[in-house]
Design a protein around this ligand. Structure first.
Ligand code: AVJ
Length: 359
């Protein structure tokens, strides 16, 4: 994991913000100012950026792509002709609504990782029989709170408790969750952003969150023709390029850096060893960038690796899930066989779950 910092925010009754003890000093700030905490030079954004740009292969963790503009650009990506995953997954969730409802059972509590704008959540909550609760988890707080509010008004009586945090790090479920079978929901192939070890750690944590007998619905993008994959990450309109480059503007704005985004270009690459599409920002010149006192040097053509989106085949993903304590209940795919949705059940083999609780 890239950062030891973890901010967790539980929103009570969608009215006020209740913060963890270690965040007490921030309690006085209004809700929308929470993002401003990333400006701190000792904050998680700063340490990730400085740490990532200090490596031989410069990197920026992809979670920082999602500030407000980045989240808007990602929503625009999901509507692009080249970006098939969202459409394919939405088709599956809509077509399989009754099977999903049966799988989840009555009175389910949906725990969504990386909730974003929550478009697919509505589909799933609509399919379910009397869902009791919804716990959206996301690091992009503005979107998270909007989504939580929308779901609360769209599904009256639903218990909604957003958790603002980076879900790949260890954290506990908020208190007061209504009884009912917990269903982890991890759509969008976001699991593809994690390497094998982190995917396994994530799946173990989700197991701990839903507890033995709980379920999970996980969207996974499938291996396919490399040209099709690359086009999905390098569209004609340049929306993905803008999404990728936006991280430089965010670093400028929030950390006072002097990146010149026009001196970088977006590139999508296939990494055959990792079976992943990678996004890079390629330096168009030899240049130096300052962040506070620090300077980072770029050779002409040197890149910053900003995201990996790993692609799986069905058996490959099922075996990662199995190692983390999940039994396979269903695999559904779209009509063109591009994407699949796994329905998993948390096995009760306690021996593989020595997972430590969050500190
Ligand atoms: C939201 C992480 C699943 O990897 O396909 C889209 C993000 N990046 N285009 C993905 C993304 C470039 C997306 N995920």
């Amino acid at each position: 994991m890239d950062s030891q910092y973890l901010r967790r925010t539980y929103v009570d009754d969608l009215g006020g913000v209740r913060l963890h003890a270690r965040d007490k000093e921030r309690e006085a700030r209004p809700m929308h100012d929470l993002t401003a905490t990333t400006q701190e030079r000792d904050g998680p954004f700063f340490s990730d950026v400085v740490g990532g740009l200090s490596r031989v292969q410069k990197t920026l963790p992809c979670r920082w792509l999602y500030d407000e503009r980045g989240s808007d650009l990602f929503e625009a990506i999901t509507r692009l002709p080249e970006y098939y995953p969202t459409r394919a997954e939405t088709e599956i969730l809509a077509d399989r609504a009754s099977e999903i409802a049966e799988f989840a059972g009555e009175d389910a509590v949906v725990v969504e990782y990386g909730a974003g704008a929550g478009v697919k959540t509505e589909l799933v909550l609509d399919s379910l029989c009397a869902p009791q609760g919804y716990v959206p988890i996301d690091i992009a707080e503005e979107y998270l709170l909007q989504t939580a509010e929308r779901m609360a008004s769209r599904f009256p009586g639903l218990w909604v408790r957003p958790v603002a945090c980076d879900f790949v790090q260890a954290f506990d479920m908020p208190p007061g969750i209504p009884p009912g079978r917990r269903i982890g929901f991890f759509p969008g192939s976001t699991i593809g952003n994690l390497d094998r070890a982190d995917a396994e750690t994530f799946l173990r944590q989700m197991w701990r969150h839903v507890e033995s007998g709980g379920g999970a619905i996980v969207g996974v993008d499938l291996l396919k023709d490399v040209d099709v994959l690359l086009r999905a990450y390098d569209d004609h309109e340049g929306v993905t390029a803008a999404f990728n480059l936006n991280i430089l503007s965010r670093i400028n704005r929030e950390l006072g850096a002097d990146f010149r985004p026009e001196r970088f270009r977006h590139e999508a690459r296939w990494n055959e060893a990792d079976k992943a599409v990678e996004m890079h920002l390629v330096s168009l010149a030899e240049q130096s960038v300052a962040i506070g006192e620090r300077a980072f040097h770029f050779r002409h053509g040197e890149t910053i690796h900003t995201e990996s989106s790993r692609k799986y085949d069905r058996t490959g993903f099922a075996s990662v899930a199995a190692v983390a304590g999940w039994d396979l209940a269903h695999v559904w795919d779209d009509s063109e066989g591009r994407f699949c949705v796994f329905a998993l059940v948390a096995s009760d083999d306690a021996s593989i779950h020595g997972f430590p609780a969050a500190a």
